[in-house]
Design a protein around this ligand. Structure first.
Ligand code: MLT
Ligand code: MN
Ligand code: ZN
Length: 315
């Protein structure tokens, strides 16, 4: 199985167009610090690739990756489909960017598919341009494409809905529910956010991709134990970062992202696992966007690192 890291930033990217925080300003001054939205490409077989999440940077990400270029026929692309970890805009807006194709497969869980169809009206908007061929993404492994040695499955992580698909705010939602939604408490009503597990039956290599980790459930822990490579939610360094930076009143937990640092942070939880663990989906407020930040050493001491764009991983 061959993987390409296409991007490593959280929503907004680094730099974010309307932000002059140290991370964004640093990336303007040092273009090598720029990060595109988090995404991963995986080769299903000799000439079929799938992208894990479709970001607003999707076209540039494909242009930067020769394996994803079209050819030799004028309109032949190796990109067969998209698999979604969730329905967030930073992971789905890129689908519309692919509308020049006749058709594309989209693998998603039930709630994610329903949100994109019924709340974002993606099918209504795109049907005149491209046929979206929806495939169910479930917990049972299935070949990524027909005859592929690479199998895909989903591990449910949380019921965090994107803001555009929040519960109805009319009279069918009581005050307690509205307050819970506002606090960022996500009651379980299906797999809105999943980790994607890719397993190559030929090489036995396994990768786990989880750019939005709000909880650390038992099946995720089990999957971690069997993974060779893990690309994990590195949105925020610490729990108070979103509030301290002044862009949110919520903590990292409240925004649906376990922080990296701290006694219950993901770094100490990941350290015991044998897998190669790489952080992705970095927010521009995360000190790790500065390559000279001492936090990189703190990670290295635990055997952890930040994923780099353009990174190729063979498993
Ligand atoms: C997230 O990762 O929490 C979302 O992408 C945030 C958002 O875009 O609202
Ligand atoms: Mn995001
Ligand atoms: Zn910023």
């Amino acid at each position: 199985m061959l993987l390409h890291v296409l991007g490593t930033a959280a929503g907004g990217g680094v730099p974010q167009w309307n932000c002059a925080c140290p991370g964004c300003s640093g990336a303007r001054a040092h273009p090598d610090r720029r990060r595109r939205h988090a995404s991963l490409a995986v080769r299903a077989d000799d000439d079929r690739w799938y992208l894990i999440n479709a970001t607003p940077d999707i076209a540039d990400q494909m242009e930067s990756t020769p394996a994803l270029h079209p050819g030799p026929a004028a309109r032949r692309t190796p990109v067969a489909g998209i698999a979604l970890t969730d329905a967030e805009l930073d992971h789905t807006l890129g689908i519309a960017r692919l509308r020049e194709a006749d058709r594309i497969e989209v693998l998603a869980t039930g709630p994610v598919r329903a949100a994109l169809r019924d709340r974002a009206h993606l099918d209504d908007v795109l049907t005149p341009y491209i046929r979206l061929e929806w495939r169910e993404l479930g917990s049972a492994p299935v070949p990524l494409s027909e005859g592929s040695d690479v199998e895909i499955s989903a591990i449910p992580l949380s019921a965090k809905r994107p803001r555009y698909a929040a519960r109805d705010t009319g009279c069918d939602q009581n005050r307690a529910e509205r307050r819970a939604d506002h606090r960022g408490e996500h009651r379980d009503d299906g797999p809105w956010v999943v980790a994607i597990r890719l397993h190559d039956r030929r090489t036995q290599g396994t990768v786990l991709y989880a750019p939005a980790l709000a909880t650390w459930p038992e099946p995720f822990e089990t999957a971690l134990a069997g993974a060779d490579v893990v690309l994990l939610d590195g949105t925020f360094w610490d729990d108070d970062e979103p509030r301290r930076s002044g862009f949110s009143t919520r903590t990292a937990h409240g925004m649906g992202h376990l922080p990296i640092d701290g006694p219950n942070g993901t770094a100490v939880r990941l350290a015991p696992f044998a897998a190669r663990c790489l952080y992705t989906h970095l927010n521009n407020t995360n000190p790790l966007v500065d390559p000279a930040a001492p936090q990189h050493e703190q990670l290295a001491e635990l055997g952890l690192a930040v994923a780099a764009e353009g990174m190729e991983i063979e498993l």
